[in-house]
Design a protein. Structure first.
Length: 209
């Protein structure tokens, strides 16, 4: 899905508003009635919350929640609002976000392409099919499933093999499970819109593609 920076800015604002609405009123926000058609197209989307930690010497981000929809099962705006609320209040790794805390959180919205299986005859060739900065990964085996967004590999400075291994771990599997053909591996791409500061301007995140 092609989205402009202006459309991405609106997505981020809607995500923040959804979190604020839930904090203040305990209800799921309804999207504005005058949105462009693109916001109603089914699309995968993830909302990532990062808390800004400031020290006397520097500033760093700390993950505070990340949840979304890998597949295009809902209209983009509906999936966005649900994902934003879930990232703030339902990520099992973190306690619920508070209203005061929201002032120190930056929001990223990742809009995903549909996942596609990576098919290779020799599993040793799998890393060659993955481009860091372009691809996100899903690893699936039985009831186990794990997803890592493209920006994670860039932030962690992983190569393709390490990226595969950590996606296996995210799925609750052994890091080398991608070598086994019974493990399904999918790739997807994403356009990422991120706040430069809490409730600040929005930019498209450059992933070094």
């Amino acid at each position: 899905m092609d989205l402009t920076l202006e459309e991405g800015e609106l997505l981020v604002k809607l995500a923040r508003r959804a979190i604020e609405k839930y904090l203040e009123e305990g209800i799921i926000d309804t999207p504005p009635a005058d949105l462009n058609e693109v916001f109603y197209e089914p699309c995968g989307v993830f909302v990532t919350l990062n808390k800004i930690i400031r020290t006397t010497k520097h500033e760093q981000k700390e993950l505070r929640g990340c949840i979304g929809f890998p597949e295009p099962v809902k209209p983009l705006v509906s999936a966005l609002i649900e994902a934003a609320v879930a990232a703030a209040f339902e990520d099992p790794r973190f306690p619920p976000v508070t209203l005061e805390e929201l002032n120190s959180i930056v929001i990223d919205v990742s809009v995903l392409t549909p996942p596609k299986p990576i098919e290779v005859e020799d599993r040793r060739e799998l890393p060659k099919m993955i481009k860091i900065g372009r691809d996100g990964l899903i690893v699936e085996r039985g009831f186990n499933r794990g997803l890592l967004l493209p920006q994670v590999a860039v932030e962690e400075k992983w190569d393709a093999e390490t990226f595969l291994s950590y996606t296996c771990l995210k799925a609750g599997l052994s890091p080398g499970c991608w070598h086994d053909k019974k493990t399904r591996v999918y790739s997807f791409q994403a356009i990422v819109f991120e706040e430069t500061s809490p409730n600040g301007t929005v930019r498209i995140l450059e992933l070094g593609q």
